[in-house]
Design a protein around this ligand. Structure first.
Ligand SMILES: Cc1cc2nc3c(=O)[nH]c(=O)nc-3n(C[C@H](O)[C@H](O)[C@H](O)COP(=O)(O)O)c2cc1C
Length: 414
């Protein structure tokens, strides 16, 4: 029976254990989206801490579509040397690294980019419309361009020495927007039936596979559900999983939710079956179901906190890997601790400033954890007691500056 400490091979890459750090946006890049020594230090801390595999925070395939300030962009070979050094950090300590490639579509805060694009011009719910504008519908030539961008970015990652990439197809980002009938109202070959809504994902997979070698790992993170009324049905989700499995995906990470319904952070936890709550992870029920339908490797992320719970999930055969995100932001040596049978010490709780309007924003989670990454990258210890309000105010200042800079730059180039 599979246990956390067991190794496994995918293509020609050995994963020394079954623990994968789920993608967490580092927010450490400069305005130009360049990786730097902070990324190297952060990933070195996880690599030294016994982690088997790290999926990087989402890396953008298009500079014009950034989901937040400080995100890395890999659309050209401009930063190849730094990316090579980043890939090398993992190799030195036997930690596999998959770069998460992403396009946020409509999930870009107002003012950060010149415009926001998506499958259809669907506005956000009133609470989020304060921060996120209504996107413009993509033209077909733009859809084809984005598909090619994923391939270009993947080829850059392979050249840099990363073992693979993960396509971000979950959490309401662009691929997920194409899959969901809530955000995809198109009447052409990219919308309507589930076959059409899946086309964007499949075309990206095919383009990435064609642009990389046969040993390069391609993973995708997918939602088990949107957790919104009128969202993708379970039948359609199963269709998507089977379709991407059939074309040869190596690993599917099971997650759920979006900025509008952040189930990935456990917000819908109360809706889970009692048996799943006992087994910690948010999406294990679904993983068990999908396991019967696909032959690729499965990873489940969200809610795992004890070595016993993780081993039980692996032993049950529901997944091949456990994905863990937030605890790694405050316990960098969690990899070796879990393999030794110790539990996560950090009690993951909702990050709250006490101001309801702010606390409703999914972004609050992201920025508090990003502040921890900064600490680690500076060689300091993470601080679980860090004030959320202080972090939010700092973020606000950074965003306002980014918007002002963006406006100045666009005036200059106009
Ligand atoms: C700070 C932060 C940044 C995140 N960034 C990403 C991301 O870039 N891509 C992604 O797929 N998920 C992202 N997530 C979601 C995590 O990968 C994961 O699905 C979620 O935190 C649930 O796992 P956990 O309960 O182990 O934390 C992020 C989560 C946090 C807290």
């Amino acid at each position: 029976m599979t246990q956390l400490a067991d190794s496994i091979q995918i293509r020609n890459t050995i994963f020394k254990n079954r623990i994968i750090k789920g993608a967490m946006s580092e927010a450490l890049a400069n305005d130009a989206g360049q990786p730097n020594d902070s990324h190297l230090k952060l990933y070195e801390a996880w690599a030294k801490g016994g982690l088997g595999c790290a999926i990087t925070g989402n890396v953008m395939v298009d500079f014009r579509a950034k989901n937040e300030p400080g995100v890395v962009v890999a659309e050209t070979e401009r930063d190849l040397n730094k990316l090579k050094a980043w890939a090398e950090v993992g190799k030195r300590h036997g930690m596999v690294q998959l770069v998460q490639l992403s396009h946020p579509g409509r999930q870009c805060p107002k003012g950060l980019n010149r415009e926001t694009v998506a499958p259809s011009a669907v506005p956000f719910s009133p609470a989020l419309a304060v921060s996120f504008g209504t996107p413009r519908e993509l033209r077909e030539d733009e859809i084809l361009d984005i598909i090619q961008r994923f391939a270009t970015s993947a080829a850059i990652c392979e050249k840099a020495g990363f073992e693979g990439v993960q396509l971000h197809g979950a959490h309401g980002y662009l691929i997920s927007q194409f899959l969901s009938p809530l955000t995809n109202k198109r009447q052409d070959q990219w919308g309507g039936s589930i076959e059409n809504r899946t086309r964007f994902l499949l075309e990206i997979y095919k383009a990435v596979r064609a642009a990389t070698s046969e040993n390069f790992i391609i993973s995708v993170k997918l939602n088990s559900a949107d957790f919104q009324r009128g969202g993708i049905t379970e039948e359609d989700v199963i269709y998507v999983f089977k379709a991407i499995d059939a074309v040869g995906i190596d690993l599917i990470e099971v997650s759920g939710g979006s900025y509008e319904a952040p189930a990935m952070a456990g917000v819908k936890a109360d809706k889970r079956k009692a048996s799943t709550i006992a087994r910690e992870a948010y999406f294990l029920d679904f993983a068990e179901k999908i396991r019967q339908e696909v032959s690729c490797h499965i990873m489940v992320t969200g809610g795992f906190r004890t070595a016993a719970g993780m081993n039980a999930a692996l032993e049950s055969g529901a997944c091949d890997f456990v994905g863990i995100a937030r605890p790694f932001a405050v316990e960098t040596d969690l990899g070796q601790k879990l393999v030794a049978g110790q539990d996560v010490r950090y009690a993951v709780e909702k990050i709250k400033t006490g101001i309801p309007m702010i606390d409703k924003m999914a972004i609050m989670e992201i920025i508090w954890y990003a502040a921890q990454f900064k600490q680690i990258a500076q060689g300091k210890q993470p601080n679980p007691k860090l004030s959320p309000l202080k972090v939010f105010l700092h973020y606000l200042k950074g965003n306002v500056t980014a918007v002002i800079k963006g406006q100045i730059n666009s005036r200059k180039s106009a």
